[in-house]
Design a protein around this ligand. Structure first.
Ligand code: NDP
Length: 444
């Protein structure tokens, strides 16, 4: 495989998909060497078969708002690859959703899911619908309309969606309710469900907790204790909230949170009580993070991101490309020791280059945020068993999976000078599993 030819092909085939190109280029750059050590991969043209998703479902979503107006949105489900298990990946509702973004997320998901050790393929879905300012009834009608467009293409053994930006327990509940009615069966066709109807304990916490478990593994390689470390967290949704919760439990000090309007910086630290306020603010009242600053009297920067504030560790947990080159330079200037990504692809390629040049501990989302889908996989297992495990059982498995992913990154990503290149490690480990499965299944 000539790396430049693949990138040329990608740009020609998908010219208007910058996020998709960004995600594919990163993986192609990491795996070129191992790919070329296996001439059978090129013979089977694995790379093109991985660059073109298996299937993409696109549909119109029609729904009625509270004023009786008929609204339309675009709906998508990208089924990227099912070589190692049924398609699996979240659903995103956000005004910025495009096919390019969902293809990048589905592509990443395939390799992330391979890393978890669980049998799950990669997919992602969503809509350009913005939940912001919508009533509970509008959200419910929209969720039902989305499922009407996709229900024939998903199912417990085919494709199992979950949450992502704009889709939490409430939305999964509405979607599952509609799916159950249309399909006329009660199966584990969604994960992230309510505990009362088959949801796994610790699924809401899993992405944030998992990211902190991964961070602990990275810190261990340099004998660094997390206690007292000041942490910049972005976002204030599911991933950010449970990242903060676990950081506090571990004795670290989260000092920032953000949303799409701006960020707060609380030098005193976000405590359990303050976090409780954020959870109510965001999950119940659907308020803005600015209100935290108003409540606790700290700094709020409208339109900003927290990366210029001084801290030891950064955990970007909002969205893609939220941390760019100048942000990375600011982090370096302030002596950051680790960046562990809760979000998917939050750092731009230029930012990643800076982290790696400075040889800080840097974990890409594909590895660090895999805890969420891992517990989704465990939810699928519990649903198949018609059984529920305890919090201790799930947490123990989550810890084991995150440490296993770390081990694989070390195995495939350690460079000659001892630096662990987690991007390379995660990409090679994920790719090799998918590639081997595809080879064994023939040309399909
Ligand atoms: P939520 O919707 O719960 O929270 C998203 C947060 O990010 C909100 O604070 C939101 O602000 C902010 N945000 C969203 N889009 C933008 C934007 N364009 N610019 C600035 N801020 C933005 O989503 P999650 O916490 O579930 O997801 C966060 C990230 O983690 C995503 O990248 C997702 O793909 C990734 N992830 C999530 C997993 C999960 O289990 N939920 C699993 C693995 C990865 P606002 O409220 O203003 O919109």
């Amino acid at each position: 495989m000539k790396h430049s030819e693949i990138i040329e092909l990608l740009r020609k085939r998908f010219p208007n998909e910058p996020e998709y190109q960004q995600a594919v280029v990163e993986v192609v750059e990491s795996i070129t060497e191992v790919y070329n050590q296996h001439p059978e991969f090129a013979k089977a043209n694995l790379i093109e078969r991985l660059i073109i998703p298996d299937k993409i479902h696109t549909f119109r979503i029609t729904w009625i708002d509270d004023n009786g107006n008929v609204q339309t949105n675009m709906g998508y489900r990208v089924q990227h690859n099912n070589a190692i298990g049924p398609y699996k990946g979240g659903i995103r509702f956000h005004s910025s959703v495009s096919l390019s973004i969902l293809k990048f997320l589905a592509f990443e998901q395939t390799f992330k899911n391979a890393l978890t050790t669980l049998p799950m393929g990669g997919a992602k879905g969503g809509s350009d619908f913005s939940p912001r300012g919508k009533s509970q009834n509008e959200i419910m009608r929209f969720c039902q309309a989305y499922v009407e467009g996709v229900w024939k293409n998903i199912g417990a053994n085919l494709d199992v969606p979950a949450g992502d930006i704009g889709v939490g327990g409430r939305e999964v509940g509405y979607m599952y309710g509609k799916y159950k009615k249309l399909a006329d069966e009660f199966t584990g066709a969604f994960t992230g469900k309510g505990r009362e109807f088959g949801g796994s304990i610790l699924r809401p916490e899993a992405t944030g907790y998992g990211n902190v478990y991964f961070l602990l593994e990275m810190l261990k390689t340099r004998n660094i204790n997390i206690k007292g470390k000041r942490c910049l967290v972005s976002g204030s949704g599911n991933v950010a909230q449970y990242t903060c919760e676990k950081l506090i439990e571990m004795g670290a000090i989260p000092v920032s949170l953000s949303d799409s309007d701006g960020y707060i910086y609380d030098p005193e630290g976000i405590t359990t009580e303050k976090l409780q306020f954020v959870m109510e603010l965001k999950n119940l009242y659907r308020g803005r993070i600015r209100e935290y600053a108003e409540e606790f009297g700290c700094k709020y920067v409208a339109g900003g991101r927290p990366w210029t504030e001084k801290a030891d560790i950064a955990l970007p947990s909002a969205t893609q490309n939220e941390l760019n080159k100048s942000d990375a330079e600011a982090l370096m200037k302030n002596g950051i020791i680790a960046v562990s990504e809760g979000a998917n692809m939050p750092s731009t390629p230029e930012a990643i280059e800076i982290f790696q040049q400075h040889k800080i501990l840097y974990a890409p989302g594909k590895a660090a945020n895999a805890g969420g889908v891992s517990v989704s996989g465990l939810e699928m297992t519990q649903n198949s068993e018609r059984y529920s495990w305890t919090a201790e059982q799930v947490d123990e498995k989550l810890k084991w999976i995150m440490s296993n992913i770390h081990e694989n990154c070390v195995k495939y990503g350690t460079e000659t000078d001892g630096y662990i290149n987690y991007v390379k490690g995660a990409n090679i480990a994920g790719f090799m599993k998918v590639a081997k499965a595809m080879m064994m299944q023939g040309v399909v």
